[in-house]
Design a protein around this ligand. Sequence first.
Ligand code: HEC
Length: 150
Amino acid sequence: MYRRLLAVAVLVAVSLVAVSGRSEQPNQVAPFMKLKLNHAQTLLEGIALEDFASIEKNAQQLSLLSQDERWQILQTPAYLQYSIEFRRTADELGAAARKHNLDGTALAYVALTLKCVECHKHVRDVRRASLDDLKPIYLGSLLPQGPPAK
Ligand code: HEC
């Protein structure tokens, strides 16, 4: 009896470890990506309040994030290009802050925001395209009688 209980306990422990190990991957990416939003929001605050030190610091941190390995989600040339442009714009933003050029920081901030949008668009397009590739297989194997009745 005891041995059986022990076996069950070991099984439960092993599967818990397996589950938590598996869920670690996506959980690491999302908080990392969220950092971009935090820095971008703090940047806007800094620009609105003319806090050049804060602008410079947050621009620098965004530039560093783009060099982190967790940033490298896609291997497409376009993703690499967007990453390079993003880093360049963040560096321009930091440089404008160092020169206490408020209009320059505001312009670079807008340019930076466009980079967020462009890259996200690209990521969605790539994912949609790979889903389209899977569709015939998926529909053929799982929905032989057409879509489920509502
Ligand atoms: C070079 C590409 C690229 C750029 C530029 C970029 N992102 Fe992202 N971002 C990504 C990718 C890839 C993901 C999605 C990761 C996933 O879902 O696998 C993401 C996800 C996010 C998320 C969602 C995190 C979550 O909770 O899942 C936020 C928020 C975000 N980005 C904010 C920003 C902001 C703000 C900027 C601009 C300051 C920006 N990103 C610029 C590639 C980029």
